[in-house]
Design a binder for this molecule. Structure first.
Ligand code: NAD
Length: 361
């Protein structure tokens, strides 16, 4: 069949000792960047995504086209589809799985709680089952989230800090994912690395995230809503540039040890790791808006509102000592520089020119 051939071609390795990596969520923001980075250095990469319509599906199609132009094929499917996953593991002996498919966003859980359970819990288990029985078993690197630190206000957050007070269903599903992956590691010998990303931003980003939706509104002359926390304190985020996160993901794959199971049974102790991937320099949301205003050369119309308690936490700040030591992870892009690159991409992609829609570039 045609698509199977495309999968095989996409999985071809072009460097000695290269990996063949199944990237789930490959049409997503982080997944598309990671897929490209791996392909560019010569690894075999097969993407997987259900192209759901949580946000503008045309953006996912555009990322897919970009990946296709670099010979990365994306299989369209849901991580809950056990048969399709088994078939893929039959076609390719994946050395690694980079699992980035998930229902993201904290506020949407108020509208559609079950989509989080479906993708982030049931889907994760289906994927782990497929990895468990695959021969050879791949090593797994997957995206948890800084949201697991929840209402913990003791910053900066270290990996061993408490994660028992999630502030959203999204956070609760990521926390569950950490427990579930630990179980599969323990019982079946799967090698697992969980990455707690901190507010990732950049070109080809996610339209539901504040920096992205603010950019759109500012250019359209529409007001933006800036939330404030307790006692009107500004919210702050440890904004982390996509290229830094991609380096952390690739280093995680490079340092992942092999899984130790076979035939669904553990043969020895297997690696289990969790890393913070943040920037370690939180910026308040109003300061982030100020940077956008300067890059866009347009003033924002700001409405300040008290945080309605819909899943957002007051601030995030990563301690990255562990990732620095084990992965050589060292973020190099500050928010000023990263947002400049985002705005440049945004203007080129959407063809806006200082407030008025201009010719598409
Ligand atoms: P994204 O929404 O752009 O990418 C996720 C992709 O997964 C989407 O393309 C979506 O279509 C796909 N997907 C969702 N459910 C699926 C399913 N059941 N089967 C197959 N595909 C499915 O999000 P992102 O920002 O690229 O996030 C990637 C990962 O990182 C997610 O696990 C997310 O929870 C996590 N994360 C992201 C951030 C961030 O700031 N971007 C922060 C913390 C954690």
């Amino acid at each position: 069949i045609h698509w199977e051939k495309q999968v095989r071609n996409s999985a071809q390795i072009h460097r000695p000792n290269g990996f063949s990596v199944l990237v789930t969520g490959a049409a997503g923001f982080v997944g598309s960047h990671v897929s490209l980075a791996l392909k560019k250095r010569g690894d075999g990469v097969v993407g997987f995504d259900n192209f759901n319509n949580y946000y503008d599906p045309s953006l996912k199609k555009a990322r897919k086209a970009l990946l296709n132009s670099h010979n990365v094929f994306i299989v369209e499917g849901d991580v809950n589809d056990a048969k399709l996953l088994a078939k893929l593991f039959d076609i390719v002996a994946f050395t690694h799985v980079m699992h980035l498919a998930a229902q993201a966003g904290v506020r949407y859980a108020m509208e559609n709680p079950h989509s989080y359970v479906h993708s982030n819990i049931a889907g994760l288990v289906t994927l782990l089952e497929a990895c468990k029985t695959a021969d050879p078993q791949p090593a797994i690197v997957w995206a948890s989230s800084s949201s697991v630190y929840g209402l913990n206000e003791d910053v900066p957050f270290s990996e061993s800090d408490r994660t028992d007070r999630p502030a959203s269903l999204y956070a609760a599903t990521k926390k569950s994912g950490e427990a579930i992956t630990h179980t599969y590691n323990h019982i079946y010998g799967l090698s697992i690395t969980g990455l707690r990303f901190f507010t990732v931003y950049g070109p080809w980003g996610r339209p539901d995230m504040a920096y992205f939706s603010f950019t759109k509104s500012i250019l359209q002359g529409k007001p933006i809503t800036v939330y404030r926390g307790k006692n009107r304190a500004d919210l702050a985020r440890d904004f982390t540039y996509i290229d830094d996160v991609v380096k952390g993901c690739v280093a995680s794959l490079d340092t992942a040890k092999k899984s130790t199971g076979s035939g669904g049974k553990k043969r020895g102790p297997a690696q289990y790791r969790i890393f913070n991937l943040g920037n370690t320099s939180p910026v308040t949301v109003p300061m982030m808006v100020g940077i956008l205003e300067r890059h866009l050369k347009v003033k924002a119309k700001k409405n300040f509102l008290d945080m309605p308690g819909n899943g957002d936490v007051p601030f995030t700040h990563a301690n990255i000592t562990f990732a620095r030591r084990e992965l050589g992870y060292k973020p190099t892009t500050d928010l000023q520089t990263g947002l400049k690159k985002f705005v440049k991409w945004y203007l080129a992609y959407y063809g806006y020119n200082q407030g008025s829609k201009s010719v598409k570039l």
